[in-house]
Ligand binder design. Structure first.
Ligand SMILES: [Zn+2]
Length: 167
């Protein structure tokens, strides 16, 4: 059996590689060049190769009293109107468990305790944004649920959380 855990929000097969990149080291315009088995944006001046990798992120299924927490993306946010879990990117100096607890607190006001990993999956969100997401199970151990606002670097994401009764 072939196991593949991928969420795709666009047609990944039609993705065109971005080649208008300028070198982040010296500022020269990059060119396509073979490196590490595929064509990549490479700097003709300093030789720096720009490897493209998905960003690591966390998503948390939060449980309390047989209820799970779902978020609805607010008007004007990325994928507005869709349901989601508390989620976000892992900071460079942060382990993924700390990131998960931080994102939950920032976005909901709740204090959480991580129990286990539910899944790890690839998300092809936009041609410029691919993530690898660790989906975690957590329990509420404190705090108060409140509507909060969450921002990321590339867009403003406003998430409103509502309790969803699952019985
Ligand atoms: Zn360069």
């Amino acid at each position: 059996m072939k196991v593949k855990q991928v969420f795709s929000a666009y047609n990944f097969q039609e993705r065109n590689s971005l080649c208008n990149r300028y070198c982040s080291v010296c500022g020269e315009k990059c060119v396509k060049k073979e490196a590490g088995g595929r064509e990549r944006d490479s700097c003709p001046a300093c030789g720096f190769v720009h490897y493209e990798n998905p960003s690591p992120a966390v998503s948390v299924l939060l449980v309390k009293d047989e209820k799970v927490l779902l978020g609805k993306r607010a008007h004007g946010s990325f994928k507005e109107g869709l349901w989601c879990l508390p989620c976000g990117f892992i900071e460079f100096d942060e382990d993924f468990l700390t990131a998960a607890r931080r994102e939950v607190q920032e976005e909901t006001g709740l204090i959480s305790e991580i129990e286990s990993i539910i899944s790890v999956m690839s998300n092809y969100l936009t041609p410029n944004l691919h993530t690898v997401v660790v989906v975690l199970l957590a329990h509420v151990i404190g705090g108060e649920l409140s509507i909060a606002y969450s921002k990321s670097k590339s867009y403003i994401m406003i998430v409103r959380y509502n309790l969803y009764l699952k019985k």
